[in-house]
Design a protein around this ligand. Structure first.
Ligand code: 1CP
Length: 333
């Protein structure tokens, strides 16, 4: 059994597994080198040879307990036929939605569009580096994908004024996403994913209709993954009530963001917890980093806990600080 499975399934508090959200990415010089000669991000995600190399880069360097596939949550909108581009220093930029077009995509065509992602997983499954580690597949939650599909650019400056205007369009997209995200999950599990993580990075933007946008669609996916016999981790970043979310959605493990008070949480929840550390701490100094890491490990010493961050690692993070993080977690007694 892998260290994370020990924690997730056996509820062991004796292990301190560690991996980092967005661990395969821009803070790594070896990733930036590959990226320089591969300007088309979607193409890079669909190049299973390079994607395999990128997935394994952080494993080779830091020995994390899990590899997360090099891919993106926006591969689902891409797979159903919406144009997805990544512009330098800007982020994702999606095309206008043609509802007829995306509704007519067959399940086979969707799977065919994303075949390299599944090939990546099946190749990784057989690599020596992953014999004792988990291989994490992932999806964006319906809400977060809806946000990108309708807003068309990152909502970091807020949602467009008319975001909620077309109720029919919203409902149609949510139905479509439920169907295709499930296909993407099943394909990833069949190809070798041992855990699925659901990223709801913009859950904090939901201000009303929580059942419709947060609880119902996530519960539908969580039940689906569990029925396939694989653990599922939820990351509803920015919501105010993680306890309520966890009680309704019942994921196998909950990834907390850095605004969550972990002490309050363990008093109310008995499921394994992952994450929490503010990624900005990695931009400070080693002493501060060590103190903050120990704070989390101390709070969780009698609770099944996987060490991770409260959001993705920042591109400006120095590699040295990541070595320090892993060493501190591993040395903690
Ligand atoms: O190690 C890994 O995690 C690599 C695989 C991975 C994952 C899990 C990538 C590669 N993206 C993701 C998930 C993802 N993608 C999320 C959820 C996690 C989170 O909140 O960080 C989100 C919101 C996206 C969308 C996305 N893709 C963004 C954010 C844009 C915004 O709204 O601010 C960006 C910048 C990307 C591009 C991307 N995806 C992955 C990488 C390495 C990159 C950077 C590409 C580059 O510019 O070189």
């Amino acid at each position: 059994m892998t260290p994370i499975q020990e924690c997730l399934i056996n509820k062991s508090t004796k292990v301190n597994p560690v991996w980092l959200m967005r661990q395969a990415g821009r803070y790594l010089p070896e990733f930036r080198e590959i990226r320089r000669s591969n300007p088309d991000f979607i193409k890079l995600c669909l190049n299973h040879t390079l994607a395999e190399e990128i997935t394994l880069q952080p494993i080779k360097r830091f020995g994390f307990d899990a590899a997360i596939i090099f891919s993106d949550i926006l591969m689902v909108p891409y797979g159903i036929g919406q144009t997805v581009k990544f512009k330098k220093n800007f982020g994702p930029s999606l095309g206008t939605i043609d509802l007829n077009k995306i509704q007519s995509v067959s399940e086979d065509k969707f799977t065919e569009n994303l075949l390299p992602v599944y090939k990546l997983l099946s190749n990784l499954k057989n690599t020596k580096d992953l014999e004792t580690r988990d291989l994490i597949g992932f999806v964006g939650a319906p809400w977060t994908l809806l946000v990108y599909m309708i807003n068309k650019v990152s909502p970091k400056n807020g949602l467009s004024q008319d975001f909620f205007k077309d109720k029919i369009l919203i409902n149609e997209i949510l139905n479509l996403l439920d169907r295709f995200i499930k296909i993407h999950i099943e394909n990833q599990i069949k190809a070798g994913a041992t855990i699925i993580q659901i990223f709801d990075s913009w859950a904090g933007l939901i201000k009303e209709d929580f059942d419709k946008f947060l609880y119902d669609p996530t519960l539908s996916l969580v039940n689906y993954v569990k029925n396939l016999g694989v653990p599922v981790i939820c990351f509803p970043r920015g919501i105010t009530d993680y306890v309520r979310f966890t009680k309704i959605v019942k994921p196998s493990m909950i990834n907390i963001d850095y605004n969550v008070d972990p002490e309050h949480l363990i008093k109310s929840l008995d499921i394994p917890i992952q994450g929490g550390l503010d990624p900005k701490i990695l931009l400070s100094n080693k002493e501060n980093l060590n103190n903050q890491i120990r704070k989390y490990l101390e709070i969780f010493k009698d609770h099944p806990y996987v060490f991770n961050l409260g959001h993705g690692i920042l591109p400006e993070t120095e590699v040295d600080m990541v070595y320090e993080l892993v060493e501190t977690v591993r040395d903690y007694k």
